[in-house]
Each structure stands twice: as C-alpha cells, then as structure tokens.
Design a protein around this ligand. Structure first.
Ligand code: ADP
Ligand code: ADP
Length: 227
C-alpha cells in the first residue's frame, strides 16, 4: 500500500487531556485520490498533518512509499516534508510581490528533481497567467497557482486541506478538475480534506471520520469527473 496509516492516537493537553485521534487508520494506493470527510473537530486535519510529517502521533504507524514516517527524527521529518509532500490549503498563501511563475520557481529552486515550471503551469491551465501577480488573479486562479507550486517538486503525496473551502461552486469544480488532471497527468497520489459530500464523488477512496477514528472507508470504482 502506497500510503498506510494505522493505530494513530493523539491527544492534546490544554489543562485537560483531550483525545483527538483514537486509533485512526487509512490506506491509499499509489496514484489514487482519497478524500477525508467528517464533522468539524473529528480529527481530519490532525490525521492529515501526521501523514504529512507536520505533526507527530502519540501512537501508531504511518508509511509512505515504504518509508516509515513515524520512525523519522526531526531532521528526517523536515526532509520528508520538503522532498515528498506538497501542501494545498484553503487560503492560497502566495507571495504577493512575486508573479505566478515566480511563486512556483521559489519551490522549484529548492527541489531535488523538480518538474518544469511551464509544464506545471500548463497542467493547471495557467500558461497565459505566468507573469501575473496574485492580486491580478481570481480566487480560483490563485488556488491553481498554489496547486502548481505544490506539485512542482514532484511530490509523492499531495495533501489538500479544504482546497475549495473559500471558493464558489463553479470555481470549486474547476479547482477539483485541475487536481484530477494533476492526478492523471503526473500520477500524483492525492489526499484531500473536504466538508463537501459532492467532492467525495471525484475520489477513488473515501474515508469518513468521526470522533478521531476513520469510521467508514469506501472505494469508488468509477470516480465522477469534476468537469
Ligand atoms: P477537523 O480537521 O476534523 O476539524 P482537527 O484535527 O482540526 O479536526 O481537530 C480535532 C480536535 O483537536 C479539535 O477539537 C481541536 O480543537 C483539537 N486540536 C487541534 N489542534 C490542537 C492543538 N494544537 N491544541 C489543542 N487542541 C487542538
Ligand atoms: P472569478 O469569477 O473566477 O472570481 P474574476 O471575475 O475575479 O474571476 O476574474 C476574471 C478574470 O479577470 C480572471 O481571468 C482574472 O485573471 C482577471 N482579473 C481579475 N482581477 C484582475 C486584476 N485586478 N487585474 C488584472 N486581471 C484581473
């Protein structure tokens, strides 16, 4: 299994010890799109952050492409994050005084085996907007730049936390279509958090979380194209 998480437990101590993950587990094959659904506070972001090496579990194991992430020391985790994981968030976090192309170039310059900038821009349909600044782009276009920036390092895993959370329905569909295109064109394995049940239809695998556990995992034999 390309991504495998099992027995993940995590608590936060804010005066009272609150369990956030209680044995969460999921498995995702290479080059698949997986969606994590569930109510607010069910542990979706915590699970994704542990898989992305941003956060550490108290217990449990995460393996990505045969590497046991949960055994890495701090330096190993930094390298894993930098080399192997692309992140996309609800807010695009583009550098405002750099163009779309330059925002991508910053990441490309520090990557070992980057994809070509023009190739990732083309993949998200933004070739014509390469020299635009973020303020000159619509919300959907800024999110597409953020996707291009996340994939230019050619990550093993693309993690998206509510990538359409700030977008209207039509623009969301467009961003999801770009993610499907990235998945098809580059074979990128994608794990995405969403509140939107409709988004789950475009995934190969759906993980429903509740109270810190993955309650249901289902496979979609025929994911619906977003566009
Ligand atoms: P979701 O993404 O499903 O909304 P999260 O993983 O963000 O859930 O959070 C699950 C629970 O963990 C929430 O109740 C949240 O308040 C709590 N939590 C998350 N991060 C922290 C933290 N750094 N310190 C304390 N509690 C936290
Ligand atoms: P959306 O419907 O996706 O929100 P907008 O109506 O904001 O899109 O923008 C439509 C088009 O106009 C986009 O292609 C965008 O690049 C361009 N655009 C938006 N704002 C500006 C701006 N301040 N300067 C130049 N082009 C802009």
């Amino acid at each position: 299994m390309f991504v495998s998480a099992s027995g993940l437990a995590k608590s936060y101590d804010t005066g009272v010890v609150t369990p956030v993950l209680r044995g969460a587990a999921l498995e995702l094959d290479r080059s698949r799109i997986g969606v994590i659904l569930g109510p607010s506070g069910s542990g979706k972001s915590t699970l994704m952050n542990i898989i992305g090496g941003v956060d550490r579990a108290d217990e449990g194991v995460v393996e990505v492409d045969g590497e046991r992430i949960t055994d890495l020391d701090d330096d190993g985790l930094v390298e894993y994050r930098r080399e192997s994981v692309g992140f996309v968030f609800q807010f695009y976090n583009l550098v405002p005084n750099l163009t779309a192309g330059e925002n991508i170039e910053v990441v490309s310059n520090i990557s070992k085996q980057p994809l070509a900038i023009d190739e990732v821009l083309a993949a998200v349909g933004l070739t014509e907007k390469k020299n635009r600044f973020p303020r000159e782009l619509s919300g959907g276009e800024q999110q597409r730049v953020a996707i291009a920036r996340a994939i230019v390092k050619n990550p093993k895993l693309l993690l998206c936390d509510e990538p359409t959370g700030a977008l209207d329905i039509a623009t969301s569909r467009d961003v999801l279509a770009q993610l499907q295109r990235v998945n098809t064109q580059f074979g990128t394995t994608i794990l995405m958090i969403t509140h939107n049940v409709a988004v789950a239809e475009m995934a190969h695998a759906v993980f429903r979380m509740r109270d810190g556990e993955v309650e249901h995992a289902t496979q979609n034999a025929e994911p619906v194209p977003a566009e």
